[in-house]
Design a protein around this ligand. Structure first.
Ligand SMILES: Nc1ncnc2c1ncn2[C@@H]1O[C@H](COP(=O)(O)OP(=O)(O)O)[C@@H](O)[C@H]1O
Ligand SMILES: [Mg+2]
Length: 235
């Protein structure tokens, strides 16, 4: 009964990624800050773009802040999946912007402005890994990340994804070792070679207020984007 009440009080935002929402009680908690982590090429940018795109299909709004690739490149890359972000940008429903990592000090301010510009339901920041390019002191980087997460948490109508890239074979969850503590959930993307075969998988490491799937879920990237399969039993 108590559990049922809890379910009812938590509003969920569907990622729309096939196979994922069923593992997380229907979607990400509305207003939550979620982290996607993984090494290069694991599908983090596609995941983030798919999250925004699926929202747009339901009449929601979204902002994608890239600190790495140019918006032109992202938009061009995503066309391969049939996601034409420009169409929605023209209608003022979405915005893909570049934020110079050298200006990371004002990222929270810019983010807040952009969220209110489109009244964003969904937000992606891609990625925190470049935070260190212009801030040399690790404690300063951590302070920035805390600041960013607390700014995000104030936007209770905006569900956010923060992307962090970790080096190949890293045992750490995030680039700066702090991101996982300031977020509500952690999803890990992997691209592992087993013998000659390579396979992609997703793990839900933590998700507050959610009884989430605990397995390693294989996924694929096709011309429709990311979709999850059934768990691997013997990994
Ligand atoms: N149309 C596609 N079909 C299958 N795989 C694709 C397709 N487009 C991209 N990929 C895969 O996705 C990878 C890039 O994903 P991306 O989200 O940019 O990774 P990350 O942001 O984690 O570095 C590519 O290296 C490639 O393996
Ligand atoms: Mg990327």
């Amino acid at each position: 009964m108590v559990r049922q009440l809890l379910y009812m009080s938590v509003k969920r935002i569907k990622t729309g990624i096939p196979g994922l929402d069923g593992l997380i009680e229907g979607g990400l908690v509305q207003g939550s800050v979620n982290m996607i982590t993984g090494s290069a090429g694991t599908g983090k940018t596609i995941f983030g773009a798919q999250f925004i795109w699926n929202g747009l299909q339901k009449g929601e709004t979204g902002v994608y802040i890239s600190l790495e690739e140019s918006p032109e490149d992202i938009k061009e890359d995503m066309k391969i999946f049939g996601w034409d972000f420009e169409k929605y940008e023209k209608k003022g429903l979405c915005k893909i912007i570049y934020h110079d990592p050298a200006q990371v000090n004002n990222l929270s301010t810019v983010m807040t402005e952009e969220i209110s510009n489109v009244d964003a339901n969904r937000l992606v920041i891609d990625s925190t890994s470049v935070f260190g390019l212009n801030i040399e002191n690790p404690s300063q980087i951590r302070r920035r990340l805390f600041g960013l997460a607390s700014a995000l948490k104030k936007h209770t109508d905006t569900t956010a994804i923060i992307i962090t890239e970790i080096p190949e074979d890293s045992k750490a969850l995030s680039r700066w070792g702090v991101e996982e503590f300031v977020v509500d959930s952690v999803l890990i993307l992997n691209y592992l070679g087993i013998g000659e075969e390579y396979s992609r998988s997703l793990m839900i490491r933590k998700m507050r207020r959610t009884d989430h799937g605990k397995d390693i879920y294989p996924f694929e990237i096709s011309n429709k984007g990311i979709s999850l399969g059934t768990p691997k039993m013997n990994l």
